[in-house]
Design a protein around this ligand. Sequence first.
Ligand code: BYC
Length: 324
Amino acid sequence: MTAPELTIADPDDAAGQAVFDDLIEADSRVEPRDWMPAAYRRTLVRQISQHAHSEIIGMQPEGNWITRAPSLQRKAILMAKVQDEAGHGLYLYSATQTLGITRDEMTQQLIDGKARYSSIFNYPTPTWADMGAIGWLVDGAAIVNQVPLCRCSYGPYARAMIRICKEESFHQRQGFEILLTLMQGTAAQRQMAQESVDRWYWPSLMMFGPPDDESPNSARSMAWKIKRFSNDDLRQRFIGMLVPQAEVLGITLPDPELAWDEDAQQWHTSPIDWNEFSEVLAGRGPMNAVRIQTRRDAHEGGAWVRAAAAEYARKQALRDAEVA
Ligand code: BYC
């Protein structure tokens, strides 16, 4: 697949820089053919492709439960959710392609283990309650992180995020509803829900990235209005959203120190285990190797579909040329 035709910026174009600065200052959108600094382009390729990969890898932990969902209705809902994630990945790959990289290149980086994707998808899903915890915590964190991205300065990313966020809201509610049903069930079901939240809570806090003083990309991304809020600010907002919802569920968030600090006007938490986060990012999380191997197998197994589609397109183009 070829990259869309682009005028890649002359990095020393002072007039282009001035127009770009004005667009950012005015809170307008930068579009694919606009001049943009090379580092802005690189940052977007990095963030949007990582986001796309996260959606695609994120299908695996839940896909694992489609055949085992406890009812036909649960199965249909879960299948729809996982399909939504495939769709999100495709919008995001398309948005990244507008920056001059091909989907083939991005896919190759992913299956070669060279690309990042969200740390959260390197954890296993051994119980049905994990479908609830993923929806409530993982999609919940995704919404908090992604709603501000609807106002990101890069037009194609911002527009993709609008639809994605609408679908994520549905995902979050379905997760909450799974947990609520379990919490209203038997003692064993309540225990399963709590045990799952115990496992997913801390990794979901890590989804927002390292603390602000250890986040090398934040300052520049915020100046460019790609990111609108810092990692820690969003993490705080997420905790504030969870606390009342946990009360409704009757679930305990697994942090004995969690409390609202009136003086600091923020949530006080136990220390987050950033060592665990680094291990997962370094490829040593519980499921990193399985996730990449599964994606690689799927890509290789799908080669015949790509070949068939390309051949169909070639024949179609020939037929169209004959008609013309
Ligand atoms: N996992 O300077 P920082 C979903 C990396 S999909 C892995 O703060 P930045 C869903 C970071 O990339 C959820 N890596 O970076 C799907 C950087 O490394 P590089 C995905 C992480 O970019 C299916 C380094 O750490 N969401 O919700 O300013 C089912 C330093 O970090 C993580 C998105 O992708 C992490 N958690 O901020 C259900 C949202 N955190 O690239 C749900 C879009 C940090 O320099 N992305 N790193 O080698 C973002 O908002 C930002 O990229 C981040 C990180 C907040 C994640």
